[in-house]
Design a protein around this ligand. Sequence first.
Ligand SMILES: Cc1cc2nc3c(=O)[nH]c(=O)nc-3n(C[C@H](O)[C@H](O)[C@H](O)COP(=O)(O)OP(=O)(O)OC[C@H]3O[C@@H](n4cnc5c(N)ncnc54)[C@H](O)[C@@H]3O)c2cc1C
Ligand code: FES
Ligand code: FES
Length: 1336
Amino acid sequence: MPSPSNSDELIFFVNGRKVIEKNADPEVNLLFYVRKVHILVFRCTKYGCGGGGCGACTVMVSRYNPKTKKIHHYPVTACLVPICSLYGAAVTTVEGVGSIKTRIHPVQERLAKCHGTQCGFCSPGMVMSIYTLLRNHPEPTPEQIMEALGGNLCRCTGYRPIIESGKTFCESSVCQLKGSGKCCMDQDEQALENRQEKICTKLYDEDEFQPLDPSQEPIFPPELIRMAEDPNKRRLTFQGERTTWITPVTLDDLLELKANFPKAPLVMGNTTVGPAIKFKDEFHPIFISPLGLPELYFVTTTDDGVTIGAGYSLAQLNDALQIIVSEQPKEKTKTFRALLKQLRTLAGAQIRNMATLGGHVASQPHFSDLNPILAAGNATINLISKEGERQIPLNGPFLERAPEANLKSEEIVLSIFIPYSTQWHFVSGLRLAQRQENAFAIVNAGMSVKFEDNTNTVRELQMFFGSVGPTVLSASQTCRRLVGRQWDDEMLSDACQWVLDEIHIPPAAEGGMVTYRRTLIISLLFKFYLKVRQGLNKMDPQKFPDIPEKFLSALEDFPIETPQGIQMFQCVDPHQSPQDPVGHPVMHQSAIKHATGEAIFCDDMPRLDQELFLAVVTSTRAHAKIISIDTSEALSLPGVADVITAEDVPGDNNHHGEIFYAQNEVICVGQIVCTVAADTYAHAKEAAKKVKITYEDIEPRIITIEQALEHNSFLFSEKKIEQGDVEHAFKYVDQIIEGEVHVEGQEHFYMETQTILAIPKAEDKEMVLHLGTQFPTHVQEYVAAALSVPRSRIACHMKRAGGAFGGKVTKPALLGAISAVAANKTGCPIRFILERGDDMLITAGRHPLLGKYKIGFMNNGVIKAVDVKYYINGGCTPDESEMVLEFIVLKSENAYDIPNFRCQGRVCKTNLPSNTAFRGFGFPQATVVVEAYINAVASQCNLLPEEVKEINLYKRTSKTAYKQTFNPEPLRKCWKDCLEKSSFYARKQAAEEFNQKNYWKKRGLSVVPMKYTIGIPIAYYSQAAALVHIYLDGSVLLIHGGCELGQGLNTKMIQVASRELNIPPSHIHLSETSTITVPNAVFTAGSMGTDINGKAVQNACQILMARLQPIIRKNPKGKWEEWIAQAFEESISLSATGYFKGYQTNMDWEKEEGNAFPYFVYGASCSEVEIDCLTGAHKLLRTDIFMDAAFSINPALDIGQVEGAFIQGMGFYTIEELKYSPEGVLHSRGPDDYKIPTVTEIPEEFYVTFVHSQNPIAIYSSKGLGEAGMFLGSSVLFAIYDAVTAARRERGLSKTFAISSPATPELIRMTCVDQFTDMVPRDDPSTFTPWSIRVS
Ligand SMILES: Cc1cc2nc3c(=O)[nH]c(=O)nc-3n(C[C@H](O)[C@H](O)[C@H](O)COP(=O)(O)OP(=O)(O)OC[C@H]3O[C@@H](n4cnc5c(N)ncnc54)[C@H](O)[C@@H]3O)c2cc1C
Ligand code: FES
Ligand code: FES
């Protein structure tokens, strides 16, 4: 092993500055380095997952190629880039692109001005992805923008404005209104004037944008060019704390090293090695990195095929293949085209630019998208070692890791040879993933067939399947048996049977979805079969009949289109003062800072003296007694300051049923048992792994709702609402149906994980906490309880949170208490940043729900009686579950007027982490049950669901089931407009025609109406306070008790203060929220933020204006500053507290009635989808949303909320799937296995219209729109069901079938029953334990 004295200097550039790292540690990645280690500390790049899956950490790497003399710019995820791999590279982080201090870049400006930032946590990554694209293509196409953003997740915006900001750089950046050919931006807004009010569509002004001037970009450091061209390069060695990194500079040197250190990985893109170290605890003392070694980078073509160097990144591979495909005849490039298809969706742009062909082939991943195609295309691997060169086939035995067919440990992959395809030869790549792009395949395949010339007789057949076992598997026996057979239906039938026998997925296989995966194997085979038949027909139409026209659509995957759409909202009154910003689409107050990365999040705060990092040790058992906790080894490790357990909590360790540190027993997997405090997070984490806990399981272990019902395990009492006489009504109805609906949970996946900085003060047991929370008062309460000090000693500060969605209402209090106890014990500041996996495990999310209904209705679709019971999986402690249940019971009637209605609900106590608040608070789950029974009624009555909805919708001023009066006029308007403007009935007809013509693809549409309520039934929970100080220069400091979570609350508060004080927004500053300035503030949730804080701000401003009035009257033409100076001279106080008492809501659960909510928000949405019946994939073609916004204070922010919530809802109802083991272990703990929507999931056409109504009770007659859009996402779910129904109808299956959520590809495929699903063997459930189970 090399000695430390051999360590070389690592030289690279960051943002134009030279970095010389004398002690480069191979274990340090670029993200950590720029954020924490590098002296300049570039903290603007964010951490979101640490595994390359979210794009928050995107930066640009530029390298000079001495051979081509070109500079290559490419995006990378900094969390997967070891700093040692950067020798000679120039790194550009978002700080290097632009900043407020210097000059903002057009990419940053446009992202901000197009309203492409909400919480801003993803924004630096988005900027870097677009910026890097522009460095290579200053005038990109919209498709390139989509491709560039595919690896970046955003949980807030719904992507539309981000894509739009990118599209402003495209040559034809304007959207063309489908059909009309006219640009929406150019539309004369007068033309959109409808009956009473003018409609606006312009959310930003393109004329304000600075032009992009590529000549202004920083130059590549000349020193790096000199270094790259230096002929005397030598091997580099970097010696870290535990590991050594060696970069050879010649091939011989590399082979020598590989011979000496055969076990050392070759680090190329680090996209396999890096995640394995981080998530699988792999350790390598030595890394060899030949990244950039010229011998590994080349493309050569011969008469037989193409050889591609192993060092080529997948992006370079893509470019090389594109060129070859464009130059060579089609029949020679079938393998290349199959590879190109997979490359478009494999991971995101960053990973494709990092991962190498050699790394991909050599690591033989079981999910590989490329290896099955390479194998099917008869590729060979060119290997080299000190012993010499040899070729091995990239075939089944290699992929199945047969020792005799594999690389020897001293060998490296030099290149891959991919032969040309031939005339009677077909090659295809097929895949299905939970999400179209940036998601590992659920099953993929590479298949090829060669025929005897001019026949359809199989000469050679190859089939390889990925994600079906521990390696890619070859169906070699099946293929052999089929040689000599005709390519016909009989052959297909045998092939399916035999392949199912050969590729056996055991019933308890890791990854679950066993029946579905088996079905996919033969469904993909069927697709290949059809494709080949079509190909044969093209070659000789006389001999080989074409496939039925109805089957044609089975062949194509859904294309990735660039979305387009229009947003329509009210224009402000032309008489309104031009200075008054209320009603205008004002940019988020921090948008520019988001885009430059200068907006400070909690972990961006500089390191404090003596600061310690905290790592958690969590329970691995769902219900068990703690027998012992052995911390001795952990305590002995370097850097460890202390281990903190329940014993160290000076006060309450169990506050209102929430346990901070587990004591004596654990009640869920993921419960915090102890924490380790150390000088670095790496040390703390390493030590946490060494804490030994012994458990003894306790019965019962309750994981699912069904198990809770069996054990009568509940939290809180039942909640019930009843109106009319349900039992009586059932006697007089035409029909009664009963059913059950399961709705699974959801992970918040806020981009900023929970982060806390707890600082103990030297005096009076004071403690200061900085954190991203929706409820600082709650944190203060819990910390005070844990430390047993008065609340006045605890100060909680929150500047902003990187998304919250309900997940930061209660959990920060628990985690705050955990950190405060550690800070108290160690006496040091504690930084507690949850890793993504821990965050998902510990903090839980939306409640899974089971609904059981009985519905009585007439044959004409009128529903007379509903009896519905809801059960939610609350998890192991109370948290917010009672309130969630109350909301479910109160809100679940939704928009339907049911005269006899009974709704009951219970919270199930289980051994899962405690579920908590989540946007919509139960409504999005419960209304799935409602829409499901409406669908069931429609099916029984032979009506469209929309007709049944129309019949049962509230029509006139009415009372809810809990007897609150309301006028549903805006609901009727949204519903009517939605049906009309979306041309629902015409499109429904068109979809039916499409469905008649297409057997394997079906279209479906659905319109859902919504009656949503904001606020909560407890009046004191809607009180709010604000503090306004006017300083003597006229500047104003505005403080309120609400939290800025990305929703733009602070921006709206400035708009309110600006109107009330009649001064420009630029005079008003808003700094942070804290328990010091506004005590006892309620949570920022329930869509009430603007409502209640706005009233408090208004009140404070009005108090001040009343004080100023005499002065203004005396000097009406005076300036603001003059009035303020005068007021001071007259000893008038220039500071005021504003207060809003709250909405006078109430609910009497005994009487089952109340004025529970201040007002209602109405809406409707129509979605159209297309499903692939063979794979279960779906494509959202179009969505129209009509939302009753009353008068929007800021249409840009409100549309952002509606769109963002809709996309989050759509994710919830379709692709987001939490997987729990039967033992209660959460499998899905990161972006790799939990899929939130990306740019490819959003509607191809997306129209949002704000419907004007009156709402005098709220500030400026506005409405709270933070949550309402979430439920509208269910229009996608029900559109999918409509499409599935069409498929089932055609196959002669019953119209009704159990509806559940999410409608994942698995569910869609398995519900579209056909000959393939029938063919798949089913396992007897009593013979195995499944990998995952449903917990609803
Ligand atoms: C977020 C994310 C998403 C992904 N999504 C997908 C996806 O959708 N589909 C898919 O197929 N893959 C996906 N991948 C996997 C990705 O394709 C592979 O990780 C990648 O191709 C490996 O290449 P690398 O250069 O990064 O390998 P490295 O991590 O650098 O090395 C991997 C292994 O290969 C060995 N190796 C590397 N080069 C050579 C060589 N020349 N000779 C011999 N051995 C060598 C190393 O020793 C090491 O053991 C994803 C990865 C990530 C991180
Ligand atoms: S933090 Fe690097 S990709 Fe998520
Ligand atoms: S703005 Fe994208 S994650 Fe919040």
